[in-house]
Write a protein that binds this ligand. Structure first.
Ligand code: C2E
Ligand code: MG
Ligand code: MG
Length: 592
């Protein structure tokens, strides 16, 4: 390695001047005790070499002082070193510059050295002398050259060390990486200083939509800015690191929890062009216990479990790990184990929740919502759908539900009832299945149900990839004549592209988006609701409000022109028998 570096020196190397070479006086050769300049130089030089090789602590001030003395001794006006991170930076003149000596006199360059390390960092050193000073003798020039080689090799060596540190502990974008985070955490755990702190893992939600909207470069700046704000929020006793993509890890002192949770729930980050963008995250937290030791493995495992729940847990995007996780793990295992048998035993069946026209009171449709009829109780979907979504079992369940609905509709038709459109929820997990439209059509056709009486509900898409797959699938389903609803609109990151580019027939406004009954007509949520309804109508889509619970809600719908309601005010999800009674009457009374 020494030789390799020597070859990079533009000036023919003498016996010193490589990155790995530490100039030293050979053993047994005493520094001559001659008085005068020769002795002074040898003393300064040997002090410089030992200061640069002090493995305990490099004393920069001392090195600078020695260099100042040496420069004085050789009548130099200035000595400048530069470090370039790579050849491109050198070409552009971007460097860290250290002026180790400068008398302020104008000087001309008398000697310069350039040094390239094996990792392509470049260091240069140049010395200058004022024109009125006595020129250097050959011996003096050799001594200056020797000092310069020593300095430049010292700087290269140090820069290399920093570079190795940067490569090991930071990623290509300059974010601290997992190794960095692990090291810090391990150190805290070993020193018993981790107790009471919070470890967390988070993911920026729908960040690809921000990239889509602002472009990748601006997206990078926004991500960095979000990171830096959080970094200052957790302070010196905490840390944040990037796992890759839009996934991060963090550590914060207990007293910063509230601020960090608020920030991760919603943060406004300035964009480079002005204006702000809201960033939401899904995050899993674990409070590191103070009363007992916790291992790094346990901390990591806990935040990952909490994070998984945060990602699939619907509305709650910030989850704290607690003992119920162990219980939940058992429940999850049980559901996964019993699902197939339960499906065969026909334990999953639909309840139907009516959709009602708020002006006429007419029953215009219904949503099929799955219930698990266990031998001893009826289980709501919140208990098993997230579990089935972890694997792809949810897809089997959705197709089973479609089949149950078609079976019921066939029977109703055969009994001479008038059919209304029924919607069925389809998990996003289906989106990668290119044959889904054909599979749906095959089931529906088997029961001879007209396609326009079947409505497929999808929730918002999450990623760019999913978006294009969703578009392809939606177009095919529409071409086949099925209805297509966007479910839970208004929660999460509802991109306008999602509405514009996908041929939906219906938009279902989530219950959380419905204004409170007590709110003023000009409140922000009322205005937003009004505009979403009017936009939906202008786009020619049907608009349904979910979670309509009171007569005041019904008036809000009426006032804003949203014609269809689904919610407890009219009916909860009903058993088949109860729903058949509603089908028979086909109408609701709406109090005026
Ligand atoms: P969703 O599709 O948004 O269904 C509406 C949920 O809101 C239903 O909960 C319904 O009972 C509830 N709801 C209706 N009206 C009101 C109201 O006025 N107030 C309140 N507070 N809630 C109301 P449910 O039946 O527990 O279903 C929860 C979610 O589970 C559904 O949300 C849907 O995302 C999912 N789900 C249900 N069945 C299936 C299925 O067969 N397949 C898939 N993939 N998901 C399903
Ligand atoms: Mg739904
Ligand atoms: Mg919904």
């Amino acid at each position: 390695m020494a030789n390799e570096n020597e070859n990079n020196l533009e000036f023919k190397p003498r016996s010193v001047g490589t990155a790995d070479y530490i100039p030293q006086f050979p053993d047994g050769v005493a520094i001559p005790a001659c008085p005068g300049e020769e002795y002074k130089f040898l003393k300064l030089y040997s002090d410089l070499v030992s200061a640069m090789n002090d493995f305990n602590k490099i004393d920069v001030r001392r090195i600078e002082n020695l260099l100042i003395e040496i420069c004085h001794m050789f009548r130099l006006s200035k000595a400048v070193t530069r470090v370039f991170k790579n050849p491109e930076d050198e070409q552009k003149g971007i460097s860290e510059t250290l002026s180790c000596f400068d008398t302020g006199e104008n000087g001309e360059e008398i000697h310069s050295l350039r040094f390239v390390t094996s990792v392509m960092t470049i260091s240069t050193i140049t010395v200058y002398m004022a024109p009125d000073k006595k020129r250097l003798t050959e011996d003096e020039f050799n001594k200056v050259d020797l000092v310069m080689r020593t300095v430049v090799s010292f700087i290269s060596r140090n820069r290399m060390k920093e570079l190795v540190y940067e490569l090991a502990f930071f990623d290509d974008y300059g974010y601290p990486n997992l190794r960095n985070w692990n090291n810090n955490l391990t150190e805290l755990v070993m020193e018993n200083k981790a107790g009471g702190k919070l470890a967390f893992r988070y993911n920026l939600r729908h960040f690809e939509l921000i990239n889509q909207e602002f472009g990748r470069q601006v997206g990078d700046v926004i991500m960095k800015s979000h990171f830096s704000q959080l970094q200052s929020l957790v302070g010196e006793d905490g840390m944040v690191a990037r796992l890759g993509g839009d996934n991060f890890l963090g550590l914060c002192p207990g007293d910063k929890t509230r601020a960090v949770v608020d920030y991760l729930t919603e943060a406004v980050v300035k964009t480079p062009k002005g204006g702000g963008v809201n960033i939401h995250t899904s995050a899993g937290f674990f409070r590191i216990p103070s009363e007992r030791p916790a291992t790094v493995g346990e901390i990591m495992g806990s935040i990952i479990s909490a994070f998984r729940v945060a990602q699939t847990g619907g509305m709650d995007n910030i989850i704290f790990y607690d003992d119920s996780f162990v219980e939940n793990k058992d429940k999850t295992m049980k559901i996964q184990q019993h699902f197939s048998e339960a499906l065969e035993r026909d334990e999953f069946r639909p309840y139907y929740q009516p959709k009602v026209n708020v002006i006429t009171g007419k029953l215009v449709g219904a949503e099929a919502l799955c219930r698990w009829f266990m031998p001893n109780r009826i289980v709501p979907p919140a208990e098993f759908i997230p579990v089935l979504e972890q694997t792809s079992e949810i897809c089997r369940l959705d197709l089973h539900m479609l089949e149950c609905v078609c079976k019921d509709m066939r029977r109703w038709a055969d009994e001479g009832r008038e059919l209304i459109r029924i919607s069925i929820n389809f998990s996003r997990k289906h989106i990668l299945n290119t044959y889904l439209p054909e599979t749906i059509a095959e089931i529906v056709d088997r029961y001879s149900i007209p396609h326009e009486l079947i409505d497929i509900e999808f929730t918002e898409s999450t990623s760019e990839v999913e978006f294009s797959d969703l578009k392809r699938m939606a177009t095919k389903l529409r071409d086949m004549g099925f209805y297509l609803s966007i479910d839970d609109f208004g929660i999460g990151y509802s991109s306008l592209n999602l509405i514009k580019d996908i041929p939906w027939t219906t938009l279902k406004i989530d219950k959380n988006f419905l204004p409170e009954e007590t709110e003023d007509k000009n409140s922000v949520s009322n205005i937003m609701f009004k505009h979403v309804v009017s936009m939906t109508r202008q786009l020619g889509l049907e608009c349904i409000a979910e979670g309509v619970e009171t007569i005041e809600h019904v008036s809000i719908l009426n006032y804003n022109g949203c014609e269809i309601a689904q919610g407890y005010f009219f009916d909860k999800p009903l058993s088949v028998k109860e729903f058949e009674q509603r089908l028979a009457s086909g109408k609701y009374e709406i109090p005026q």
